[in-house]
Every structure is written in structure tokens, then in C-alpha cells.
Design a protein around this ligand. Structure first.
Ligand SMILES: CC(C)(COP(=O)(O)OP(=O)(O)OC[C@H]1O[C@@H](n2cnc3c(N)ncnc32)[C@H](O)[C@@H]1OP(=O)(O)O)[C@@H](O)C(=O)NCCC(=O)NCCSC(=O)C[C@H](O)C(=O)O
Ligand SMILES: [Mg+2]
Length: 297
């Protein structure tokens, strides 16, 4: 089933106002953060606040994700216990380094008796995760039925590798593409990392457009001002929808029967283009359904 993930908003678990406001923001998903946006002393209160917000509900069709601290951190035992108790749609783990972390997370969730419907998302933001991206992705399926998404962490990548974060991100594109290809090889979703300068609407829109071209399913966000642009840029345009309908209609014509490739509006289209067109239409339908959610502002 297609699930729109155009805009997935981080909220500090310690910020009650942000958690409240998220119930009325048109983001496709919301991440309750316990990691970098929450000071060490504030973690227990943030856990309690997230538990309360999850229990109260009111997030409508938005996907609810909890980001804990890293497996190696002193906070992970308590954080992961909260995940099992709060039962979010997905559990996002930062700073994984390889398949052994995926196994440790699975074992911990099993030991906690966590609901099997909780999906596992992992941040790809350490040099070791980038190096072992294919092995991490290969955990999806038989080894780990929960593993469902990668989220890029460009700030930590920059910190650990000293690759500089610059407009256009030329220095990181090859790294991103490796991750996209690994994700697609194993049926995993992949979201781009956040854009910190939330006052720069033009720079943010350019990064969303680049992310869509690179194959990302959506973008993680840090401020409500970024939601509208991400939703618009990751949504199929009217022209893309018209083209998709045209390709599907062309293959439905009697003269296309038994053919793998046909002439359509002066160019060649193949059945793989019809498959892409069907996905485009299915995504547009899924977005329309999500946007009809009455609890969305
Ligand atoms: C960056 C911020 C600290 C800015 O906060 P603030 O100055 O309060 O912003 P505004 O006054 O412009 O806010 C306007 C209203 O919007 C609400 N708000 C702000 N941010 C959020 C949010 N993230 N979710 C929900 N609501 C939000 C304010 O409450 C205002 O509402 P109102 O009262 O009605 O006026 C702040 O935006 C922020 O904390 N953002 C999230 C930071 C975060 O989560 N960071 C961690 C994720 S990024 C990361 O970890 C990097 C990654 O791992 C990597 O390695 O790259
Ligand atoms: Mg990070």
C-alpha cells in the first residue's frame, strides 16, 4: 500500500506546544524526538510528555514516529520501553552503524513484547552506516520484518566525515544515491534529511526538488513553515497526472495489445512507463485521501 511521506516533521519531545500544534499541521507524518532536540536532563520529562500525547491521540491520519536515542546511549533502554508502550506507527533509531544494530533493536522490541505492527526506521548518518548500507538494507524482510525506512542525517554525516553541507549538496549526492539504491533494492522507503535554515524558503524548495529527483520519498522537516512546500513539491503535478493517464490509456488501446513498446505522442513508451504511471496515480489518490482527513487543518 502506498503511504505518502512528503513531509515528516520533527518535534522536540520536550516541547509541549509543538506536540499540541502538530495535531493541526498538514504534515504527512510527525516525529516525536527524544534525541538531539532534547537536552539530557529533559529526557525523562520528554518521555512522559510523548507518552501522554500518544495516549491522547488527535493526530488523525498522520504517521506517528518516535525517535529515540542511539542503541549505544545510556537513554536507549528507557526510550525503547516507551516505544513498546506508546505503540507509534514507526520507531526511528539514530546513529545505527550496521546490521548488528538492527538485530539488537529487533531483540529488544521482542523482549519488550512490542506490537509487531511497529515499523523500524533508521537514520543513515554515521560513516559506518554509509559503508554498510547494502547490508543494513538486506536486513529488511526475512531477517527483520519491521525494517521499513531510512532517514538521511546530513548534519551527523557532515560532523563525522567533514563533508561540508553546501547549497546544491554536490559533495553528498553520490552518498545519497548509494542509499537510495540500497533502499530500493530491498523495498525500503527513504526520506531526505532536514534543511536547517527554515527562514530560507527558496533554498528549502530547491532542496526538496533535488530530493525528489534523487528518488527520495519525502523530506524530514524541522519547522511548520516547511510543510507546504514539501507537500507541493513531492506531490505529482497536474502535468504528470495527465501524462500518466495518457500512457495508461494508450496501452489500453486494441492496437497496443501484445506490444511491449508503443508510439505515444511522438515518443516511445514501454510497459514499464505504464507501471510508473500507475504508481503516480496511486500516489495522487493516497495523497487526496490523506488530505481529506478531517482532522487536518
Ligand atoms: C528551530 C526551532 C527551535 C524554532 O522554534 P521557534 O523559534 O519557536 O519557531 P517559531 O516561533 O517560528 O514557531 C512558530 C510556531 O510553530 C511552532 N513550531 C515551531 N517548530 C515546530 C515543530 N518542529 N513542530 C511543531 N510546531 C512547531 C511554534 O510552537 C510556534 O507555534 P505558535 O505557538 O502557534 O506560534 C523549532 O522549530 C524546533 O525545535 N524545531 C525542531 C528541532 C528538532 O526537532 N531537531 C531535531 C531533528 S533534526 C536532526 O536531528 C538532524 C539529523 O539527525 C541530522 O543528523 O542531520
Ligand atoms: Mg543526526
Amino acid at each position: 500500500m502506498i503511504r505518502p511521506r512528503r513531509s515528516v516533521l520533527f518535534m522536540p519531545g520536550s516541547n509541549a506546544r509543538a506536540l499540541e500544534k502538530a495535531r493541526s499541521l498538514p504534515a504527512d507524518g510527525v516525529i516525536f524526538d527524544l534525541e538531539d532536540s532534547v537536552a539530557p536532563d529533559a529526557k525523562p520529562a520528554a518521555r512522559a510528555q510523548i507518552a501522554q500525547a500518544m495516549a491522547q491521540g488527535g493526530f488523525g491520519g498522520r504517521e506517528r514516529i518516535i525517535r529515540t536515542n542511539a542503541v549505544a546511549s545510556a537513554f536507549w533502554q528507557d526510550d525503547s520501553a516507551l516505544v513498546a508502550q506508546a505503540r507509534p506507527d514507526a520507531y526511528l533509531v539514530p546513529k545505527v552503524t550496521g546490521p548488528q544494530d538492527i538485530a539488537a533493536i529487533g531483540a529488544r522490541l521482542d523482549a519488550l513484547g512490542a506490537d509487531s505492527s511497529i515499523k523500524l526506521w533508521v537514520m543513515i548518518e554515521t560513516p559506518l552506516a554509509v559503508l554498510s548500507i547494502a547490508e543494513i538494507a538486506a536486513c529488511a524482510g526475512e531477517k527483520d520484518a519491521r525494517l521499513a525506512a531510512f532517514v538521511i542525517g546530513p548534519n551527523d554525516i557532515s560532523l563525522d566525515t567533514r563533508i561540508r553541507m553546501k547549497p546544491g549538496r554536490a559533495e553528498m549526492v553520490s552518498l545519497f544515491l548509494n542509499c537510495v539504491i540500497a533502499a530500493r533494492s530491498y523495498g525500503i522507503e527513504i526520506l531526505d534529511g532536514p534543511y536547517s535554515d527554515f527562514s530560507d524558503a527558496g533554498g528549502f524548495a530547491a532542496e526538496c526538488a533535488q530530493a525528489r529527483d534523487l528518488g527520495f520519498d519525502g523530506k524530514t522537516l524541522i519547522h511548520p513553515a516547511q510543510i507546504e512546500a514539501a507537500n507541493r513539491i513531492f506531490k505529482p503535478t497536474d502535468d504528470e497526472l495527465a501524462e500518466a493517464r495518457g500512457i495508461i490509456a494508450a496501452f489500453a488501446q486494441p492496437e497496443a495489445a501484445g506490444k511491449g513498446a508503443i508510439r505515444h505522442e511522438g515518443r516511445m513508451v514501454e510497459r514499464l512507463h505504464a507501471e510508473m504511471a500507475r504508481r503516480t496515480l496511486a500516489m495522487a489518490d493516497a495523497i487526496a485521501k490523506l488530505e481529506q482527513d478531517t482532522t487536518r487543518a
